[in-house]
Ligand binder design. Structure first.
Ligand code: NAP
Ligand code: ZN
Length: 346
């Protein structure tokens, strides 16, 4: 066992504070990682507040992790000391299912979340990336392309894959009209990735205050959702809407922006239920769908795609002791566009 330093929330909605804990002794198939950077996802905030009712305390959040390998077990073949690596939202899964269906392991019942997840054979929860090091099974470690900086690449491990996966699954590309709803951490990755895939991209944001940024990231169009005219102008426009909003919205109003047979995919996970009038779906044969992160194979595919297209997050680097302040800013949509913790400040 090695002692790790981190930051944890001791109970629901309690401020994060320094926390010391033990990481397991590396097994032969484990990789030991010195964490350099960790992105701050809105899910960290939902989890610290127990907004989804599934949190196990104390919580050491963090699932957008980049760092450098410091040691590998005897059976590890893909990584060596000094490699630049990443860890995303899960660190283990149900191996029998995963062997059968490697590319959908994030939906398997045996998934072990990177933090606040129950661990088979242990009373303790998993502890995430707001910490100095991690011990992770080789199969759940990703390679970061050489041209991507470790700080700005960290958000790819959750925000990047969470948008890449549905954009691929619902065939975003040339000739497809795609709207990204909410220009936060996830949304801004969606704009960059959908643009690189060749889709026509529209941002739907609460106001026009981030319009210049959105266009710079690759959006073709940008509309404010606080303007009722937006919903008239864009009715029946999109093949695909990806909703990356962290709060409840008027779902029917957005579904009405889909073409016939269009799909709206929820990646944003508000804490309240989604109320819906059946006629928001019926007249246009529309689909309302959900999508969760991506598999390990797809996450590596996304990282390589971002490497080829030079895509990283727009980040604001913070010291770990700013984390409670940053959560307050995130709750007010005051994010441009991902906070990333410099772990040397721990
Ligand atoms: P974020 O950086 O805080 O961005 C959320 C954005 O949603 C804000 O920037 C804002 O965009 C918009 N928004 C917030 N409150 C709103 C409101 N009341 N009405 C309308 N728009 C509002 O959050 P994030 O890290 O991107 O995460 C977004 C959501 O995705 C969270 O619920 C998170 O838990 C979830 N998530 C899901 C997955 C998955 O696998 N499905 C993975 C990661 C995260 P504008 O300022 O542009 O309006
Ligand atoms: Zn996340």
């Amino acid at each position: 066992m090695a002692t790790a330093k981190g930051y944890a929330a001791p109970a629901a909605s309690a401020p994060l504070a320094p926390f010391t804990f033990e990481r397991r002794e590396p097994n032969p198939d484990d990789v030991v990682i010195a964490i350099k950077h960790c992105g701050v996802c809105h899910s960290d905030l939902h989890m610290v507040d127990n907004g989804w009712g599934m949190s196990i305390y104390p919580i050491v959040p963090g699932h957008e992790i980049t760092g450098v390998v410091t040691a590998v077990g005897s059976k590890v073949s893909r990584f060596k000391e000094g490699d630049r690596v990443g860890v995303g939202c899960f660190v283990d899964s149900c191996t029998t299912c995963a062997q059968r269906d490697l590319d959908r392991e994030q939906y398997m019942p045996g998934l072990v979340l990177t933090y606040s997840g129950p661990q088979p054979g242990s009373d303790l929860p998993t502890y995430g990336g707001y910490s100095d090091h991690m011990v992770v099974k080789e199969g759940y470690v990703l390679s970061i392309p050489d041209n991507l900086a470790l700080d700005a690449a960290a958000p790819l491990l959750c925000a990047g894959i969470t948008l890449y996966s549905p954009l691929r699954h619902w065939n975003a590309g040339p000739g497809k009209s795609v709207a990204i709803l909410g220009l936060g951490g996830l949304g801004h990755m969606g704009v960059k990735i959908a643009h690189a895939m060749g889709a026509e991209v529209t941002v739907l944001s609460q106001t026009l205050s981030k319009k210049d940024d959105g266009l710079r990231m690759g959006a073709d169009h940008y509309y404010a959702t606080n303007d009722a005219k937006t919903f008239e102008t864009l009715a029946g426009t999109f093949d695909l809407i990806i909703c990356a909003v962290s709060a409840g919205i008027d779902w029917g109003a957005y579904l009405n922006l889909l073409k016939v047979d269009g799909t709206m995919v929820l990646v944003g996970a508000p804490e309240e239920p989604v109320p819906l009038n059946a006629f928001a779906l019926i007249p246009g044969r529309r689909t309302l769908a959900g999508s969760m992160i991506g598999s390990i194979k797809e996450t590596q595919e996304m990282l390589d795609f971002c490497g080829r297209h030079d895509i990283v997050a727009d980040i604001e680097t913070i010291a770990i002791d700013q984390i409670n302040e940053v959560y307050k800013r995130m709750a007010k949509s005051d994010v441009r566009y991902r906070f990333v913790i410099d772990m040397s400040t721990l």
